[in-house]
Design a protein around this ligand. Structure first.
Ligand SMILES: [Zn+2]
Ligand SMILES: [Zn+2]
Length: 391
């Protein structure tokens, strides 16, 4: 592995930053302490710093020479609302908050690159270090974009990176085109006619309507989505009734849907709305589905995938660069940035290990061993794309 020696020299500092952020996790749009650390460090390194981009977002900028080309590198900063089960010294100091997705590591790897690139300046052009708040379902990427991210900090290409548990340390994975699913949430409000549990003929039972809707929604993926396309619909909540002998007036179903193409997401939305309303009407009640797209699918630009794969292979060797990595059914809001600017989202191996190392698991931890590798990749991406020789 060809790690940058100047980055290896401050590996200890990166580990300390990462563990400090891990011990003090903050939820989306509440990253006051984390973004203050980021801003302070960026200033210390000599970057231009803009805070408050999308509430708690921070952008650090380094410009070298007159070359108008600019690229963006993005990391996320937020934690998850869950309790940590780890017992090591840097475990979360706050109940109900945990860095269980490794965003502490993503932030630190990007700080490592900012430190190295600010000091060495071995490129020509502009690099924007984008520290995004609120990735975990709270809309941080959209907030930064709405706040003028790409107008204030124009980028011709943008890259993001996420750790992947079970992918070995020293390996990267990516795939061209759609890589991660888009996601949506839905509520289905069913109205019947409440009555006595012993006299169903005098009522319209919203529970029965709900069960029929659940059954019918199983046909969307199996009968409406093309066999070679992929989608998931999961009903994750059913709420109705409070008494043994009362048929309730209302019932609510909730769930999530995932797909890799915008067209498929639109199809699923239409099917959920139509099926819910149609079945409820058939059975004498009514139903209104509210389907909200939370994330578009994450689609990598093919040229950007080839570029970052070549850079990664130059560090870890071609045998450790998986250029046709797996599709991932989870969602990631970097997809909003990739809708605005071509780029790519690469996975860095967080290492094997047993059981508890999956992201969003209460025993997860980001692997400090890969901090210098991630920072080296970011640095080489900038030095290669904005190479002095490539003018
Ligand atoms: Zn996550
Ligand atoms: Zn994440």
């Amino acid at each position: 592995m060809k790690l940058e020696p100047k980055i290896e020299a401050f590996a200890g500092e990166l580990t300390a930053i990462r563990r400090d952020i891990h011990a003090h996790p903050e939820l989306g749009f509440e990253e006051a302490r984390t973004s203050a650390i980021v801003a302070t460090k960026l200033k210390e390194f000599g970057c231009e710093v803009t805070t408050g981009v999308g509430k708690t977002g921070v952008v650090g900028t380094v410009r070298v020479g007159n070359n108008p080309r600019a690229i963006g590198l993005r990391a996320d900063m937020d934690a998850l609302p869950m309790d940590e089960l780890n017992t090591f010294d840097h475990r979360s100091q706050h109940g109900g908050r945990m860095h269980a997705c490794g965003h502490d590591g993503h932030t630190t790897m990007l700080l490592g690159a900012a430190k190295y690139l600010s000091a060495t300046r071995n490129f020509e052009g502009t690099v924007h270090f984008i520290f995004q708040p609120a990735e975990e379902g709270r809309g941080g990427a959209e907030a930064m974009i709405k706040d003028g991210l790409f107008e204030k900090f124009p980028c011709e290409q943008i890259f993001g990176m996420h750790n992947r548990p079970k992918l070995d340390v020293g390996k990267f994975a990516i795939r061209p085109g759609p890589q991660m699913a888009g996601g949506g949430l839905f509520d289905i409000h069913i109205t019947g006619k409440g009555g006595h549990g012993a006299r169903p003929e005098a009522s319209i039972d919203p529970i029965i309507i709900g069960t029929q809707i659940i059954a019918a929604l199983q046909t969307v993926v199996s009968r409406n989505v093309a066999a070679l396309d992929s989608a998931v619909i999961s009903i994750t909540q059913m709420h109705a009734g409070d008494a043994y002998n009362v048929i309730p007036q209302e019932a609510v179903l909730r769930g999530t849907m995932r797909a890799f193409r915008k067209e498929t997401m639109a199809l699923i939305k239409e099917r959920i709305e139509t099926i819910s309303a149609g079945i409820a009407k058939t059975l004498g009640g009514s139903a209104k589905a509210d389907v909200r797209v939370a994330f578009p699918p994450l689609v990598n630009d093919r040229d950007s995938v080839k570029f970052i794969s070549d850079v990664a292979a130059s560090i870890v060797g071609e045998e450790n660069m998986n250029r046709e990595g797996p599709f991932v059914m989870a969602s990631e809001d970097f997809s909003y940035m990739l809708e605005k600017v071509p780029g790519a989202f690469i996975n860095i191996g967080n290492g094997g290990g047993e059981g508890g190392c999956e992201v969003h698991n209460p025993s997860y931890d980001f692997n400090d061993e890969i901090l210098t590798l991630g920072a080296t990749l970011w640095s080489r991406v900038v030095e290669t794309r904005l190479s002095k020789d490539a003018r």
